[in-house]
Design a protein around this ligand. Structure first.
Ligand code: CP
Ligand code: NVA
Length: 308
């Protein structure tokens, strides 16, 4: 995994093999059954949590997870360390490595987590960058597997912006043999390099990974996923995106096209009435709060695999 060969980092879904992802999901399922086991695999260990952006789920699930594993987490707000302004990313990585056992970071540019990993001597976890959100994808695949009993051979559809969440899902689906279609308005496709790499991996695993502008491509889909039209940092584009994305949403029409049993997913936070309507988000098919819960179990499993 990752950049620094001496340490395993989790910056991308591609930092794990399919076997490793499956092992993490299995551990996550076991931890879900028994969240506070007798054995405390991260007893006395400390996680530093660097945030350049806001968060509810990521902060609370990582912090709670460390408590349940016997360790401790330190929240470093955007104003605390002022990554790159008060101090260089290199110096932060080197300093934190002298204190803590794990670092997680939510950043704007993906290059910041890469830089942290380059200089840290402890594992670095990407807790969302503008390029990927791999912790979210772990929880999502745990959720899909629980609802559908398998991952390989399913057809997942992501409708909306070809963003960080879409990238991690594409990589994960490709590795795990799940067919995956990303449906976006023109000019908002996932990055071309991600499409190419995911398609190449999919060719080995039997997963068809594709992108389209055609909303009918979700016909018969087993999984429907959406995310906000404007991600954190894109607030200035929100009004324009609202106009461009208006049909790229999960609503009653989408549900008619997909399989009647299709699992509805959203990483949250949601903008109800935009990318998903409230009524659809509350259907029995919706697993959005299972996803939120599984962030806790999946990240605990990840931390045990990296630092246990
Ligand atoms: N899904 C997710 O990462 O939520 P937060 O932004 O609240 O952490
Ligand atoms: N794509 C969204 C995900 C939020 C969890 C963002 O980056 O803001």
């Amino acid at each position: 995994m990752g950049v620094n060969l001496k340490v395993r980092h989790f910056l991308s879904m591609l930092d794990c093999s399919a076997e490793e992802i499956t092992a993490i999901l299995d551990t996550a399922d076991a931890l879900k059954k028994q969240p506070r086991g007798k054995d405390l695999p991260l007893r006395d260990k400390t996680l530093a949590m660097i945030f350049q952006k806001p968060s509810l789920r990521t902060r609370v699930s990582f912090e709670t997870g460390m408590t349940q594993l016997g360790g401790h987490a330190i929240y470093l707000a955007p104003t605390d360390i002022q990554l790159g302004a008060r101090e260089t990313t290199e110096d932060i990585a080197k300093t934190l490595s002298r204190y803590v056992d794990l670092i997680m970071a939510r950043v704007f540019g993906h290059e910041i987590v890469v830089e942290l990993a380059k200089h840290a001597t402890v594992p670095v976890i990407n807790a969302l960058s503008d390029f990927e959100h791999p912790c979210q994808a772990l929880a999502d695949f745990q959720t899909i597997r629980a609802r559908k009993g398998k991952l390989a051979g399913l057809h997942g559809c992501f409708i909306g912006d070809g963003n960080n969440v879409a990238h991690s899902l594409m990589f994960g689906a490709a590795l795990l043999g799940m067919n995956f279609t990303v449906i976006t308005p023109p000019a908002y496709e996932p990055k071309a390099a991600v499409c190419k790499q995911a398609e190449q991996i999919g060719a080995q695993t039997g997963a068809r990974i594709s992108t389209t502008h055609d909303l009918n491509a979700c016909r018969g889909a087993d999984v429907l996923y959406t995310d906000v039209w404007a991600s954190m940092g894109q607030e200035a584009e929100a009004a324009e995106r609202k106009r461009i994305f208006k049909d790229y949403r999960i609503d009653a029409e989408t549900m008619k096209r997909a399989d009647r049993q299709a699992v509805i997913l959203h990483c949250l936070p949601a903008h109800y009435g935009d990318e998903i309507d409230y009524a659809t988000s509350r259907l029995p098919n919706s697993a959005i709060f299972d996803q939120a819960e599984n962030r806790l179990h999946a990240q605990k499993a990840l931390m045990v695999h990296l630092a246990g």
